[in-house]
Design a protein around this ligand. Structure first.
Ligand code: DC
Length: 652
């Protein structure tokens, strides 16, 4: 069972970069929560490499950077520390055997991307990384420092955030580019984004005639004015409305963001023959078939589906006898074979793009740590950055390298923060604490809230934590008295407290359940689960941690006796059971809830009995606690008394 750890770092986005950063940070001792809106984590990784996951490229650093289109200088530091060989070692150690294929592409031996995803998820769990399903709306900062994240389910307090939301490619996987907006709101520059490693559309009608045709050993060249932007030999294919395949994907990344109308693209169908040699070859072929019609003479030179295309483009009559073809016509034919023109007019869009070109400007990010230069405690990793590379495992390498750098640095920040806290240990001791214990209905929460306001302390309602576990038990349909079942429940949940405008919110697995825990059913469930030592242990550190970091007024049942035995001021609030039942009864009536006084009294007495007779941390007056009986006094008077006692005890 993992005890509730305060979340030090929230990783926004459960993709490749997010998972690796979370694992590395957790391995380095940080409390990490991954927040992701997607139903299933690592969706894009699962479909990458046609479901086989080409997770890196087994190449040298030099070769690596030759394959990076944007961000190569920025990536140098991260890749030198956690590059292809470290990535391979990392996954092999997680029990994913790897193999290297053509083009040094690295895949799992099983050919299953899911194995890579499950290895990451399993390792994250082993390291105690928590996951929360929810959409992060914004990152919260104070004085240029990260303080938390706002999710659609509530606020998660933290000291560092790793933004790893991915780019815009494959939006079906949940990758919709939210990270750009979040970063922009914090002052970051985001360069325009374009689909990259994507098929291209061409305006030539004949492409559809060649649909499905794959060409090997051709050279694809793209020029902008006199400048050659791209010229590489390899494979490509024709689609219904354009071109695709390895050469085309690379070309698309090179020309991402360019005005396509200024580009001239050609295919050299015979790159191994120079023009003169090709001309001789054509001449030789023609003499051998001098009596054939032109359209039937190209079988040795061209794939079948390209013949009608080339015939049409050459302007030579298809039925013309080969021996009648003029030198001029032959030259036109050779021109086409060496420079078959294509007019790129668009791309396949985000659904077809493997990666995003453009994104959060890297000049505003420290390349060693991935920390934002604008917001302290904000780290940015993966595809959301303005960095991208070729197909062949380069983009996942970028995700893993930058994720690793961010996770390492964020964890370091946390441990430095903690040791700074330890060094000035009296910061811990000098925090002031007012513990308020007592039975249900004695007025603890109303009084504690007002006392906290009076002193400017935060108010911590610890009952809400037990209620969250009670609620979770009800939702899971387990019997709250079944100890094993409740213990089992703890292994799969997170409970945390967050503060929004000074108001406490209780988060159950990231979901704000502050309203839902206020029912009678939850009260009874909370009382039952609170009797289990495992539940109390589960919540203890979270409560102490809050008091270590803040001046608090904390109310509950065992605050003065167990949670904060060193609290400077301990109050025990009481009132007769009848008076407390009457208050509760009036409260319910005021809310329009049907209630019977006797039933309320009975429930209350049962809870009193259970809370004060349980074996562990029973409700009782601490040795140095002061009892305040509120039976005969009103709220103002009760607050005054507690304030007076606290001033005297705390010397404030
Ligand atoms: O204060 P409350 O009614 O919200 O608390 C709900 C239950 O949680 C209550 O029955 C006792 C338990 N509890 C506890 O055992 N220890 C605390 N510090 C706070 C609450």
């Amino acid at each position: 069972m993992t005890a509730v750890k305060r979340t030090d770092i929230v990783v926004v986005g459960g993709g490749a970069a997010g998972y690796i950063s979370a694992i590395i940070a957790a391995r380095n001792g940080a409390g990490v929560t991954i927040a992701d809106k997607a139903k299933r984590p690592l969706m894009k990784l699962r479909i990458s490499g046609k479901g086989r996951c080409n997770l890196t490229n087994n190449c040298t650093d030099r070769e690596f950077f030759d394959n990076i289109f944007r961000g190569d200088k920025f990536l140098r530091s991260a890749v030198s520390r956690f590059g292809p060989s470290e990535i391979m070692e990392f996954f092999e150690e997680l029990g994913v055997p790897l193999k290297t294929e053509r083009g040094r592409r690295v895949f799992p031996v099983s050919d299953k991307a899911a194995d890579v995803a499950e290895a990451l998820i399993g390792e994250a769990e082993r390291c105690g990384v928590r996951t929360v399903r929810g959409e992060v709306v914004r990152i919260l900062t104070d004085g240029g420092k990260v303080t938390g994240v706002q999710t659609d389910g509530g606020v998660i307090d933290c000291s560092a955030v790793i933004l790893a939301t991915g780019g815009r490619s494959y939006p079906g996987t949940g990758s919709t580019g939210d990270g750009y907006r979040i970063a922009r709101e914090l002052g970051h520059t985001v360069t325009k984004t374009y689909p990259a490693l994507v098929s291209l559309r061409c305006s030539e009608d004949w492409c559809s005639e060649a649909e499905g045709l794959s060409l090997r050993n051709v050279t694809l060249t793209c020029r902008e004015g006199k400048k050659t932007l791209f010229s590489e030999m390899g494979e490509m294919l024709f689609t219904r409305d354009g071109i695709s395949g390895p050469l085309v994907l690379t070309l698309s990344s090179v020309i991402a963001g360019k005005d396509y109308s200024g580009l001239k693209t050609t295919i050299d169908l015979k790159p191994s023959l120079d023009r003169a040699t090709l001309d001789k070859r054509v001449l030789r072929d023609m003499s051998a078939m001098s009596n054939r019609e032109f359209k039937n003479s190209l079988g040795d030179l061209l794939p079948k589906s390209l013949i009608p295309v080339i015939v049409k483009l050459s302007g030579i009559s298809p039925e013309k006898k080969v021996n009648g073809i003029t030198a001029d016509e032959r030259s036109r034919l050779t021109d086409l074979l060496k420079e078959l023109p294509l007019t790129i007019c668009g791309d396949g869009g985000w659904n077809d793009a493997i990666v995003t070109a453009g994104g959060i400007a890297t000049k505003e990010i420290d390349p060693k740590t991935m920390e934002s230069k604008l917001v302290s405690g904000l780290y940015i990793a993966g595809e959301v950055l303005d960095a991208d590379g070729a197909t062949g495992g380069y983009n996942l390498t970028i995700a893993f390298s930058t994720g690793h750098a961010a996770g390492t640095a964020a964890a370091e920040r946390i441990s430095e923060g903690l040791s700074a806290e330890k060094e000035t240990d009296n910061t811990v001791k000098s925090m002031k604490a007012i513990a308020i214990d007592g039975p249900a209905g004695a007025g603890k929460s109303s009084i504690a809230r007002r006392v906290a306001k009076e002193f400017g302390f935060i108010y911590v309602d610890t009952g809400a934590l037990y209620r969250a576990i009670g609620l979770s038990a009800i939702r899971s349909g387990i019997d709250v008295h079944d100890r094993a079942a409740v213990i089992g429940l703890l292994a799969g949940i997170d409970v945390d407290l967050a503060y929004v405008n000074g108001e406490q919110k209780v988060l159950l697995c990231g979901e704000d359940v502050s309203g839902e825990i206020r029912t009678e059913a939850v009260s009874m469930a909370a009382s039952a689960v609170s009797a289990l030592p495992e539940v109390r242990e589960f919540l203890l550190e979270l409560q102490r941690d809050l008091a270590r970091r803040n001046d608090v007024v904390m109310d509950g049942r065992d605050i003065g006796t167990v949670v904060l035995p060193d609290a400077g001021c301990k109050i025990f609030l009481t009132a007769t059971a009848e008076e407390r039942a009457m208050r509760r009864y009036k409260e319910l009536k005021a809310k329009g809830i049907y209630a019977v006084y006797e039933a309320v009294l009975e429930d209350l007495k049962k809870r009193d009995y259970d809370d004060s007779h349980r074996d562990i941390a029973p409700l009782k007056l601490a040795d140095d606690g002061i009892e305040v009986d509120t039976t005969e006094i009103d709220l103002d008077e009760a607050v005054n008394r507690v304030v007076r006692i606290a001033k005297e005890r705390l010397g404030i």
